[in-house]
Design a binder for this molecule. Structure first.
Ligand SMILES: [Fe+2]
Ligand SMILES: [Fe+2]
Length: 150
């Protein structure tokens, strides 16, 4: 699969989870969905940071550099919100507020990736390289984050 298609597929999956968490009032269900969102986002940002972003940076233009720097910073902000969520009671109003902020952050970031970064990467890196990167992403995603724990 193309690297960009694999990453987009993961974006859709997380969006689906955000919709589900919005729909439920059940604290247990909220906690479960939130844990799933956190795990999926961690895995996704990790494979982007370790494989995809360095490849995009290789494009070497000022625009590519700027995009990647910004993307790293946005991941960092996502990490900060994720780190706070386990301490927030799913029945607390702040839980909803934090989920909304996280969802909007992710939405903005995903839009920039899909509308700017991915098309640029496909054009500049070429079909072969994008497919090759897709394979690497798939392998790493399949590890389910075990690499970090080791
Ligand atoms: Fe990202
Ligand atoms: Fe992404």
């Amino acid at each position: 699969m193309k690297a960009t298609d694999l990453l987009k597929k993961q974006h859709r999956q997380v969006e689906k989870l955000f919709k589900e968490v919005e729909k439920t009032e059940d604290p247990k269900q909220r906690r479960k969905l939130m844990d799933q969102i956190a795990a999926d986002l961690k895995m996704h940002t990790q494979i982007e940071e370790e494989i995809f972003y360095p490849a995009v940076r290789e494009v070497g233009t000022a625009k590519a550099e700027e995009m990647i720097d910004e993307a790293f910073e946005e991941h960092h902000v996502v990490d900060l919100v994720l780190a706070e969520l386990p301490q927030v009671d799913p029945e607390d109003e702040r839980f909803e507020a934090k989920m909304t902020v996280l969802s909007e952050l992710v939405k903005h970031h995903v839009e920039e990736e899909e509308e700017e970064m991915f098309p640029m990467a496909e054009k500049k890196l070429g079909a072969e390289r994008i497919k090759d990167l897709g394979q690497q992403l798939e392998q790493m995603a399949g590890g389910g984050g075990q690499r970090r724990a080791a």
